[in-house]
Design a protein around this ligand. Structure first.
Ligand SMILES: Cc1cc2nc3c(=O)[nH]c(=O)nc-3n(C[C@H](O)[C@H](O)[C@H](O)COP(=O)(O)OP(=O)(O)OC[C@H]3O[C@@H](n4cnc5c(N)ncnc54)[C@H](O)[C@@H]3O)c2cc1C
Length: 232
């Protein structure tokens, strides 16, 4: 089934500069966080769903995007701060390739513990993917957009910014089901880089069942059920 033409025309009219052409499914590549927020509002108003995607490594070749789902690709969000020796932190947007982060950080003489530096996916996919929690200790803060379109910031460069509730931890490993990860602030270690741990995984990873507590957390961040929660 294809999406009603009126909605697709509306998408092109509203977001002409970021709509991807000649792709199988309706897809956009936002370059600002405001655009992400507008896209979520647009989906909410039309009872469409949002599927955040980085480079798509965790999706199988047979993965089918149903009608009424807008694929929001993160690779337009490619900003990165300089690694800072003052607060030992770096800000990275979700669409930056993991490899690029490794090159910049190592080039400046810092270390990101356990960073999979050869992996060709994005920072958003790395942290929101099924194994994102393995890198939790690196995250000082996150900037995200929730299912109501609000821009939220948790944590930050300074340790006392860290609040009691681990909101960043909730988003990490969430597989795009509760919000859009826009930017992370990462903890650096000074020093000469040690060889990174190499982890091999199958190309496609099976998600954990979407149930229990994760369902209740999702409801808090995404009360209108805008983000796709289907199994794949
Ligand atoms: C230490 C470590 C080592 C790893 N090594 C490997 C490896 O060797 N090989 C391998 O295949 N995988 C590996 N992974 C898994 C890795 O997390 C992902 O498979 C990969 O980074 C996906 O990148 P991608 O850009 O293709 O993301 P995608 O496949 O596009 O997305 C991954 C998931 O994150 C969600 N997502 C993506 N971007 C966003 C966003 N901006 N906001 C919210 N949700 C988002 C998607 O919906 C999807 O559920 C490793 C992970 C870790 C933590």
């Amino acid at each position: 089934m294809t999406a009603p033409t009126g909605i697709i025309e509306d998408l092109h009219a509203r977001f002409s500069e970021i709509v991807l052409r000649d792709v199988e499914y309706p897809s956009v590549i936002p370059t600002t966080i405001e655009q992400v927020s507008e896209l979520i509002h647009w989906c909410r108003e039309r009872v469409w769903k949002v599927l955040p995607v980085g480079r798509g490594h965790s999706f199988s070749e047979q993965h089918h995007v149903p009608t009424g789902v807008l694929t929001v690709v993160s690779t337009g969000r490619r900003g990165m701060s300089e690694p800072s020796s003052r607060d030992l932190a770096i800000d990275v947007e979700a669409g930056v390739p993991a490899k690029t982060v490794a090159e910049v950080v190592e080039g400046a003489g810092f270390i990101l513990e356990r960073w999979p530096r050869e992996y060709p996916g994005t920072v958003g996919g790395l942290f929101c993917g099924t194994r994102g929690s393995e890198l939790r200790a690196l995250v000082l803060g996150v900037q995200m957009v929730d299912g109501t379109g609000r821009v939220l910031r948790f944590g930050g460069r300074i340790r006392k910014d860290v609040s009691g509730f681990d909101a960043a931890g909730t988003l990490i490993g969430s597989r795009g089901t509760i919000g859009w990860l826009d930017r992370v602030c990462l903890r650096l270690r000074p020093g000469v880089s040690a060889p990174a741990e190499r982890v091999s995984l199958p190309g496609s990873t099976a998600p954990a069942p979407f149930a229990g507590l994760s369902k209740r957390v999702a409801r808090a961040y995404d009360p209108y059920d805008v983000f796709v929660k289907h199994e794949r």
